[in-house]
Design a protein around this ligand. Structure first.
Ligand code: AMP
Length: 629
């Protein structure tokens, strides 16, 4: 079938289309209705059907191909490597599930997972899925304040963590950061389950903290039956940054997610049972949920969990993994490839990579140089895919499993099945024609697998995502885009205050709030500025309470370091601005709104745009002078 027909069918007859796709997974009870869209924009898929993500990812393969590799956990930080077969994975998940049940976790309870990239993190996620608990994985790079705000929102009954993560040989004390976060939080979890890797001291808090190894030993032979969940029960919450400082809990369902992932594994990632999938992301991000843990396993593939840098012990490490485990499909981000491009090519050429059939890249714009370089080096198709935490699987790409359609440089591709993608003019809301820039939106209902709501806040879901254009209920991606005459889209950056640093999505407001907590900062603006390696970096402009502290170059440097330290401590190094500049005034409109887009333009050497509303044009000159100083 050609892709255009496939896509059209998914849009014209969504119920028929997804009814067919639903056969890709096991159902304990068949659904009675494919789609309930009686309360837009809330879509319910596979109503009254009962299924389970863990059953589909683990048990059904353990039953039919138990000895096959399921999870391959590799750490170049601790020099450990272990393969779990589907049977072994099921046993570990059941042990972990038994431990959670013993700790009082029940169906619908939240379990927050703050873990490095170790096998136990996947066990914990799958154990939650098995017993119907809702997991919320928080990226290990986030520090105490970020973690505390997520704890307060999710109100977990249990937190699963480890003594430490490790980056470039340096231990990151997860347990200490967690203790600090719990101290800051108002919704303190009753229990904390800890995996002791022996990397950092780990003092257990009496009555609250429990050691995983001790409890696991008590449940070695545990059999924990799968809890069959109604398709629309929540499977997980994943926090993501938005325009306000408060992170949004993207909530996903069970059945729709399982079906969407199974379909994407078939049509986009073309994975076959028994093959190996290697996504280099982290379980703290959506790629980690969809394409490290659930997607490949649902497809019966072995999945690789890798803890370590792409360049350590040397830049050949990923390729040695591809060779050793005969990786068929690999998924990464453009920044990582740009990092590798700076290394001598011998590292890649040393390995036998004939098993590799395609490389998928996502998370940030893929530049042509990077795309062409890696395609030439590997000799396999490089497939860009554009999506978001909110959607859980690609919105735009090329579905090679349907048709071997050509990719187009600079474009992530065409609208995927199930997505009614449009571009709307920012001010009029009119639909854009070919080659006209607009806001990329999706007509409801969103296909299976996309977010159900903002956790605990239906109104925020509607207000944030569905209310951008008055009188029109469409889902906004908050990305600018343009479509060519052949239906290929090009992404042109965010319409909101979200920035993308090395594929990591960060809210500038969160960073501003953190910087503002510094004793000497009275006001601050953070913008994303183009960066050759990371795509974008955060740059801050701060007004000081006591400007004399920054009167000398040494004073400025010391203060800049101090402010970066505050961000590191509160949010994590991932959110640290690349530079902090000091100014006496920030560009604002007469009504006091920060002109972030103008600041960003000045930083990137572009024209600041329409300045008719600016309060004082001298403020932009100050930004220029600060950059030049
Ligand atoms: P996240 O929710 O962290 O996955 O970030 C989603 C955002 O990253 C999107 O809204 C885009 O701004 C950006 N993004 C993701 N994938 C791509 C891509 N392939 N090309 C361009 N931008 C992308």
């Amino acid at each position: 079938m050609n892709f255009a027909d496939f896509h059209r069918h998914s849009i014209d007859a969504p119920e028929q289309f997804w009814q067919e796709e639903s056969k890709l997974i096991d159902w304990n009870t068949p659904f009675s209705q494919v789609l309930d869209y009686s309360r837009p924009p809330f879509a319910k898929w596979f109503v009254n059907g009962r299924t389970n993500l863990c059953h589909n990812a683990v048990d059904r393969w353990a039953a039919s191909a138990g000895q096959r590799a399921a999870l391959i956990a590799i750490s170049t930080e601790t020099n450990t490597e272990k393969t779990y077969s589907f049977t072994e994975l099921q046993a570990e998940v059941e042990r972990c599930a038994a431990v959670m049940l013993a700790l009082g976790v029940g169906r619908g309870d939240r379990v927050l997972i703050y873990m490095p990239m170790i096998a136990e993190a996947a066990f914990a996620m799958l154990a939650c899925a098995r017993i119907g608990a809702i997991h919320s994985v928080v990226f290990g790079g986030f520090a105490a304040n970020s973690l505390a705000s997520r704890i307060d929102d999710a109100k977990p009954v249990l937190v699963v963590a480890a003594d430490a993560g490790s980056r470039n040989g340096k231990a990151i004390p997860y347990k200490l950061l967690l203790d600090e976060a719990i101290e800051l939080s108002t919704a303190k979890p009753a229990k904390v389950l800890l995996v002791d890797r022996g990397l950092a001291p780990m003092a257990l808090v009496a009555g609250r903290d429990v050691d995983y190894a001790t409890l696991r030993a008590r449940h070695m032979d545990a059999r924990v039956p799968v809890t069959w969940l109604e398709s629309n029960e929540a499977s997980y919450i994943l926090y993501t940054s938005g325009t306000t400082g408060k992170p949004k809990g993207v909530q996903r369902d069970v059945g729709g997610y399982a079906v969407a992932l199974a379909a994407s594994m078939k049509y986009n990632f073309c994975g076959k049972p028994g093959e190996t999938f290697f996504a280099t992301s982290d379980i703290g991000w959506v790629v980690g949920h969809s394409y490290i843990v659930y997607g490949p396993l649902i497809a019966g593939m072995a999945t690789i969990m890798y803890e370590g840098l792409p360049t350590c012990p040397d830049a050949g490490i990923w390729w040695s993994i591809v060779e050793k485990y005969r990786v068929a499909r690999m998924f990464s981000a453009p920044t990582a490839i740009r990092v590798l491009r700076k290394q001598p090519p011998e590292f890649m050429r040393k390995y036998e990579l004939s098993s590799l059939q395609a490389l998928y890249l996502a998370g940030e714009p893929l530049d042509e140089t990077t795309s062409q370089w890696i395609a030439a080096e590997l000799g396999v198709p490089v497939i860009d895919n554009y999506w978001q935490t909110e959607t859980g699987w690609p919105i735009l790409s090329i579905a090679k499993g349907i048709e071997d359609k050509a990719t187009r440089l600079g474009s992530p591709g065409v609208a995927m099945y199930g997505y009614k993608v449009k571009l709307l003019n920012e001010s009029s809301g009119a639909e854009c024609g070919a080659n006209e820039k607009g806001v990329l939106v999706i007509d409801g209902p969103l296909p299976p697998g996309c977010m159900q709501t903002v956790y605990g806040d239906d109104a925020r879901f509607v207000d944030t995502y569905w209310s951008t254009f008055s009188g029109m209920q469409v889902y906004s991606t908050f990305d600018w885009g343009v479509r060519d005459a052949d239906g290929y889209y090009f992404i042109l950056g965010r319409t909101d205050d979200v920035i993308n640093v090395a594929g990591h999505r960060l809210g500038t407001r969160e960073i501003e709030e953190s910087i503002s907590s510094h004793a000497n900062v009275s006001e601050v603006a953070v913008v994303g500025v183009e960066d050759k390696l990371k795509g974008q970096v955060a740059v801050a402009f701060a007004i000081l309470k006591h400007a004399q502290q920054a009167a000398t170059p040494e004073g400025r440097l010391a203060l800049e370091r101090d402010i970066m330290g505050v961000v590191d401590h509160q949010l994590g190094a991932v959110a640290r601005p690349a530079r902090v500049y000091f100014v006496a005034q920030l560009p604002k409109t007469r009504s006091g709104k920060l002109l972030r887009r103008s600041i960003q333009a000045v930083c990137e050497g572009r024209s600041p745009g329409d300045l008719s509303a600016i309060d004082d044009p001298a403020s932009l000159q100050q930004i220029k002078s600060a950059l030049d100083a």
